[in-house]
Each structure stands twice: as C-alpha cells, then as structure tokens.
Write a protein that binds this ligand. Structure first.
Ligand SMILES: [Zn+2]
Length: 234
C-alpha cells in the first residue's frame, strides 16, 4: 500500500497520478469527485471554512473546492459533503489568511462530522490554531504545523489524539525548519504521522515524492515507520 494522504486531484492531471505508482490517495478538497484509474480515492468533499475564510479568495479554489459555513448550518454543510461521497470532513482554520470560526462554531462543525461518523482533517495555520483544533477534537492535521514552534506540552498532548499529515516538501527556509522541529518532537512523543504531499500545490510528479520521504527521514522516521506512514488509516 502506498498512500498519499493529502492530494487535490482537481489541481493536477489525473493521468500523472494514474501513472505515478500510488495505490491510494486522500483528496482533501475538491468541488466534485475525481476518479483515477487504478487508484483508490478517498475524498473529503469541499473544504469547510468560515465565511470569507481561507481558501475562498485563492485563485486555485475558484472551482468551488470550499464551502463557507456560518454560525448556523454546520450539520447541513457536513450532510452535503457526505451525500457527495465524502469519507472525511476537511476544515480550514487559517487565521493568517482570513476569518476563522470561533470555538462554538468550530465545536459544532466537529460534532456534526463525528455524528455523521466522519473524521475531521484540519488545515491549521496561524498562531494558536493547532491548540484550538486539538481542543475541539479534530482528528488530523492536513499539514504538520509550520507557522509556530509548538510548546512541548502541546506536542505531547497532540501526540495522543491527532494524526499529522506531513506535507514537508511544500515549505522552505524557516517554515520548513519549524515544521521539521515540530514533527521531530511529535514523532519522539509517539505521535502518528502520515505521508502526504499536498499534491496539486506546487510542482509534483503524481507519484511518491522522494523529497517528502527524505524530509521525514530528517525528522527521525526510520524505514519501517515510513512504510507505516504510507499505509493504514488516518
Ligand atoms: Zn491541500
């Protein structure tokens, strides 16, 4: 089993993915189901976000791969994704790019997803968002946190209940160093890491990316741990 746990099939030529050698991908944000011959696709449907929140103003999201959720309407928004084939619910908590839900609405969205038997994967960006997401009961982070060095106590806490999808290759410079530092300590604390590249964001081959594997090695994962990071569940 060779899984990329963070892709956007709408933002890449599916033929590249079909030829790339992955056996399974997790699509963390698309406006519609995209199939890839020979590859199992698990999808999250549209990314749920606060009104005017990330990624509603991004050109790559113009297809409508997000869905704004106001103070009321979490249940309906989750139900729409489930009806559209979502096996997971993706949410955005990006305080650096725009408004995010308050704790009450965030809690309602997570509760609605869990009531529908769907796990929640969050894009967390901006100081304090990783802690908020952890408190709210989010099941996984779509990216290893990179916008702040998380305190050890928070890392240890997150290691007991939140899976991190790596996506280290999308960063450079200080962002990359912070992400590596967080992943190294999260891994050391026994946290569960899954291989993911945010395929569709920047240059990508459509297959397994060696630089993502190398970054995970740099963060302390051994070969068996890398194999585990590409298989199993979130
Ligand atoms: Zn993404």
């Amino acid at each position: 089993m060779s899984t990329d746990f963070h892709v956007h099939l709408e933002l890449i030529d599916p033929a590249l993915v079909a030829a790339g050698g992955l056996t399974r991908v997790v699509d963390l944000g698309s406006s519609r189901p995209v199939e890839v011959p020979g590859v199992e696709v698990i999808r999250a449907g549209r990314m749920l976000t606060a009104p005017g929140g990330y990624p509603s103003d991004r050109p790559w999201a113009a297809s409508g791969l997000f869905r704004e959720v106001a103070a009321v309407g979490a249940k309906e928004a989750v139900a729409e994704q489930v009806a559209d084939g979502a096996a997971l619910i993706k949410i955005a908590l990006n305080a650096d790019a725009g408004p995010v839900w308050d704790d009450a609405v965030l809690g309602e969205v997570v509760a609605a997803a869990h009531a529908a038997d769907r796990r929640v994967v969050a894009h967390v960006e901006g100081v304090g968002q990783a802690a908020r997401a952890g408190q709210a009961g989010v099941d996984a982070f779509a990216h290893a946190p990179w916008t702040e060095r998380l305190p050890d106590a928070l890392v240890s806490d997150l290691a007991t209940r939140v899976t991190w999808i790596s996506t280290l290759r999308i960063h450079s410079g200080a962002d990359r160093e912070r992400a590596l530092d967080n992943v190294r300590r999260f891994h050391g604390a026994g946290g569960r890491i899954r291989y993911g590249t945010d395929m569709g964001n920047g240059p990508c081959s459509g297959g397994v990316e060696q630089d993502e594997l190398d970054a995970l090695r740099e963060a302390g994962l051994g070969e068996e741990e890398l194999a585990a990071a590409m298989s199993g569940a979130l």
